[in-house]
Design a protein around this ligand. Structure first.
Ligand SMILES: Nc1ncnc2c1ncn2[C@@H]1O[C@H](COP(=O)(O)OP(=O)(O)OP(=O)(O)O)[C@@H](O)[C@H]1O
Ligand SMILES: [Mg+2]
Length: 270
């Protein structure tokens, strides 16, 4: 499905992403981990074409993505929706309108100016909010919601585009452990029930292990690990984070581990 080959992003002399290659054969939930500055966000931004690659190739279902321009690029961006740590909602706008923003790509300027949405889109938005457990919040302003609720609104906005891929850049980094779990559960469910590929940058190891089928570890722009959560031992993690023997997993951990999650993958001992 997705082939990333020798992907590189240069900022001056700095290689933010350096010769990264990986393939995804079927819709998978993938976690990308690595210390701050490793290149995780840059990689996601290139996948989504928010940022242009300096070198290398991205193909999806055989089509080259890195060279798409104009309408074709926008079409790609709606097939791989992106969600962000800071939700990127319009705070003063109501929840439903925020979700309907996910259809902007295919609406006319005039319809957008007058805030005209087809009834079927409004129904779809409410259905998606309902699925995420926040239909009751639909008429409220986005700013009146908790962080976890706002992130679910952002997920709803992404789902409005019916994307094949959801890219999530630190989706739970601003949330408390309870809300982090709700949001990760929602992403996992969307992956399992809809068969969408999810690629999430995660700043904690335990979340990546717990929710993802596959983990990619980045260090200094390079992919230094690509495997299953079971293969991600403490030794491997130490290498990814470039830490010494005093490396403690707790340093990359949230309290999410202490919350119960049925059917959770077992955590691999050191
Ligand atoms: N627009 C830019 N201009 C110059 N350098 C940049 C730019 N964006 C990112 N970088 C650099 O590229 C490297 C990778 O940054 P990136 O944001 O991808 O890291 P990250 O793994 O997402 O880190 P974090 O965990 O802090 O979000 C860093 O050294 C960063 O300073
Ligand atoms: Mg980042």
């Amino acid at each position: 499905m997705l082939h990333v080959t020798s992907l590189t992003k240069r900022f001056g002399d700095k290689r933010a992403v350096d010769n990264a290659s990986f393939e995804v054969g079927k819709p998978t939930m993938i976690g990308i981990i690595g210390r701050s500055g490793a290149g995780k966000s840059t990689l996601l931004r290139m996948l989504n074409r928010l940022s242009d690659a300096s070198e290398g190739s991205i193909t999806f279902e055989g089509a080259e993505i890195t060279t798409l321009r104009g309408a074709a690029r926008r079409e790609w961006q709606s097939r791989c929706a992106m969600i962000f740590q800071q939700f990127n909602l319009v705070p003063r706008m109501d929840v439903v309108s925020n979700v309907l923003h996910g259809t902007l790509n295919r609406r006319s300027t005039l319809a957008t100016m007058f805030n005209l949405y087809p009834a079927q889109d409004i129904h779809k938005a409410i259905d998606i909010l309902d699925r995420l457990g926040i239909a009751a919040e639909a008429p409220k302003r986005a700013q009146a919601l908790s962080g976890g609720q706002q992130q679910r609104v952002a997920i709803a906005r992404a789902l409005m585009q019916d994307p094949q891929i959801i890219l999530a850049d630190e989706p739970i980094a601003s949330l408390d452990p309870m809300n982090a779990q709700i949001v990760m559960d929602a992403l996992r469910r969307i992956h399992e029930e809809d068969g969408r590929m999810v690629i999430a940058n995660l700043h904690t190891l335990d979340t990546a292990r717990r929710y993802c089928d596959r983990v990619i570890g980045m260090r200094d722009g390079r992919i230094v690990f690509d495997g299953t959560p079971e293969q991600l031992t403490t030794g491997v993690a130490r290498d990814i984070y470039g830490a010494g023997a005093d490396f403690s997993e707790a340093a990359t951990s949230t309290a999410i581990e202490t919350l119960d999650r049925p059917n959770a993958a077992p955590v691999v001992p050191a």
